[in-house]
Ligand binder design. Structure first.
Ligand SMILES: O=C(O)CCC(=O)C(=O)O
Length: 313
């Protein structure tokens, strides 16, 4: 009986891996941004850089059109995402909504986040020698008057799972609606990725804040104190990001977003978190949270089915 159950589980896992491998990788080549030396330098200096339009209007519409269904649990691949925050009829209508690894559940989202164009963008900005793979995605929906996202570093969730740690990941944050001060655009603490004592290597993913902080800047104040940075040296920037445009940010930069003050406008976005494709699993302790689910002790590298390589130079 036990053997039968484990054979069935193995077959189901193989089937999931096959379905995920067959999902689309598509993005119109007309929207590929050009990476200049200035853009790489700005990312290295400030921890973020606006890169202009990455999705055509048609691609935006198709991705945005999947949000309602996704948050209702209608998954066209038949596979559940790795995290699903917000349920219709149960959650507060104005709560911030997030799905992690929506690409596994939805082929439209897969087509965007598995795109070679985005992989190339990250690879060129960071100078990664072997290209990029998808670490995870974030389907982000801030409805009118919804709360914000607490300041955090993406490295706590992503970079810290792998080695080498330094400069191994970036996020491409893509606006699917115009995002500005009113709707709580993503905001950055300039240069905070370079603060001393600021590495998320030893943080656990579950110990890092994202949802549910009363004040979204709270964790930033704490981080600044431990880095010895005075209030006068904290600079926060909020850049308006138009529909289809993106900002790329560094793994260690402190960022978050304020509550929406608009009573009418939605702020939908996609976070595409890419990691250099030649990372291996950390060997200090088992990868945690989402990553731990896909970790196989006998394999040093993350599996392509679950962390697809999206661009090889
Ligand atoms: O969309 C937001 O408000 C925050 C997104 C974020 O933290 C991220 O994409 O890393």
């Amino acid at each position: 009986m036990t053997m039968l159950v484990s054979n069935v589980a193995r077959t189901a896992k193989r089937e999931t891996a096959r379905t995920l491998s067959a999902l689309p990788r598509r993005l119109s080549s007309t929207t590929a941004p050009v990476v200049s030396a200035d853009a790489s330098a700005k990312l290295a200096r400030d921890g973020f850089v606006a890169v202009g339009k990455v999705l055509s209007d048609d691609e935006v519409q198709r991705a945005r059109g999947r949000f309602e269904d996704l948050f209702k649990g209608n998954f066209d691949t038949g596979i559940y995402p790795d995290e699903w925050h917000w349920r219709e009829g149960i959650s507060k209508p104005d709560a911030f909504r997030e799905i992690v690894n929506g690409w596994k559940a939805d082929s439209q989202i897969a087509g965007v986040v598995r795109s070679p164009t985005l992989g190339k963008l990250a690879t060129e900005l960071m100078g990664w020698p072997h290209g990029a793979r998808l670490a995870q995605d974030d389907v982000l929906w801030k409805p009118p008057l919804a709360g914000g996202v607490a300041f955090h570093q993406d490295s706590a969730y992503i970079s810290a799972q792998f080695k080498p740690y330094e400069n191994n990941s970036v996020t491409i944050w893509i606006a699917l609606d115009d995002a500005d001060q009113d709707t709580g655009v993503v905001e950055y603490c300039v240069g905070s990725h370079l603060w001393p004592n600021n590495k998320a290597k030893e943080t656990t993913a579950s110990g890092s804040a994202f949802h549910g902080q009363a004040h979204h800047l709270g964790p930033l104040a704490q981080a600044a104190r431990s880095a010895g940075v005075s209030d006068a040296d904290i600079e926060i920037q909020r850049i308006t990001v138009r529909t289809g445009e993106a900002i790329v940010h560094h793994q260690d930069v402190w960022h978050g977003s304020a509550a929406s003050v608009s009573s009418t406008r939605h702020r939908r976005a996609l976070g595409v978190h890419l990691v250099r494709s030649d990372v291996t699993w950390r060997d200090t302790r088992r990868p945690d949270y989402i990553y731990g689910r896909y970790y196989l002790p006998q394999e040093a590298s993350p599996r392509d089915e679950f962390f697809p390589q999206t661009y090889t130079p």
